[in-house]
Design a protein around this ligand. Sequence first.
Ligand code: PFF
Length: 460
Amino acid sequence: MAGAGTGENSAYPSFSSRIAFIIVTAGSAVGLGNVWGFPYVAGQNGGGGFVLIYLLALALVAAPAFMAELMLGRMGKASPPTALGRLQAKVGSKLHWPLVGWTGLVGTILVLSFYAVIAGQAMDYMLEAAGGGFAGWSDADVQALDANFKSSMPMMALWSAIFMGLTALIVSFDINTGLEQAGKVMMPLLLLILLGMVIYSGNMGDFGKAVDFLFGFHEMEFTPRLFLEAMGQAFFTLGVGVGGIMTYGSYMGRDVNLPRATFWIVAMDVFVALAAGLAIFPLVFSSGVDAAAGPGLVFLTLPLIFADIPGGAVVAFAFFLLLTFAAVTSSISLLSPTVARLEEAGWSRRRGATVMAALVVGISLLTSYSFAGGKDVFPLAALGLGGMTFFDLIREGVSNFILPLSGLAYALMVGWALSREDVRQALPMADGPLFRAWHMVIRYVAPICITALFVGAVAG
Ligand code: PFF
């Protein structure tokens, strides 16, 4: 029953229990950013030092901002622009808070536009596995499969459309039937398979080298850009800053202890990212693939595991199915804010989800193009952004700019615009030293860190 266990305004939807909220929101956080993104970004940035800064950025900036976003959602109980408009009115601010919500909605579409292509590749690999692929394949076969996929725009567009169709289908249902059931089925399976992969990879590959790469300290340069990348990855992996989390926060009952829930969601997210690193890097080092290979890393290394094991095709199928699940539990949270906003305009969920999914598929062509014919097309080269394709610009623009800037806005709203009393009331179960520490971080540490990183990146 919708709203059971929360005892709140029954007109506005709500997750059916605290645990359902945690699973679904962890599903939003755990996604391609963990399994596909973290290993390749860590690989490109030299491992250990980057991982340390990433974890610091998570603890000091992204996680506190994540909690602030959930809180704003629960206070506003509407789509992000509407919720922020209400809160602006409540505090009597002259700044246009809904603008942050609208920017977030644009961000969700941009994230989905490349999410769909990458998830599409996972689905394509799943089909390959279903047909008995991967077993006994050589490195060259695996590389050819990746190259084939990335050279065909129609294929990428088709898979993006299938992925977005699935996302739209789930979002079309009411949240208890769609979002909640998807999370409850897909998340536990994902964790199980991932653990199995780490164990296998640890036995088969160079586990010691992987641990040293991810957690050891190596000579490396700590450039402002590296800090910005680490912060961007921290924001992306939690999904803070585009309003997906705010929308889920709006469905969260007042019986959820927010600091505790945040802790568990962040812990699960970090666990999955590190586990993905420990599943992938042992094979990277034992197979001679370049750790800095970039976005193709997960599609070039994992299939090598499957090539060698008995029943490899079955394991491959399970893995890519679950990578797809991880993507779906995140993409539904990315589609939810715009659908919630369209519902406010009188649209049905089905119509909103379908139209937005179609728009995303259209924009996803920019990413497909960047992998195929547009590999060497750098649209903003004249502005000093040479070497960056449409995909690079979209991914980095969202992760490194839209997300942290929105995070800054949330921190200022919660830390400065809302009174301490408002905040205390919004967090009924939080008090004592932890609350005070978080409030200090949101007021001072997070805004200062984000601003300093931006200034550093621009000046550097
Ligand atoms: N956190 C997701 C990931 O790591 O893949 C991406 C994401 C989900 C971003 C939801 C933003 C969001 F609202």
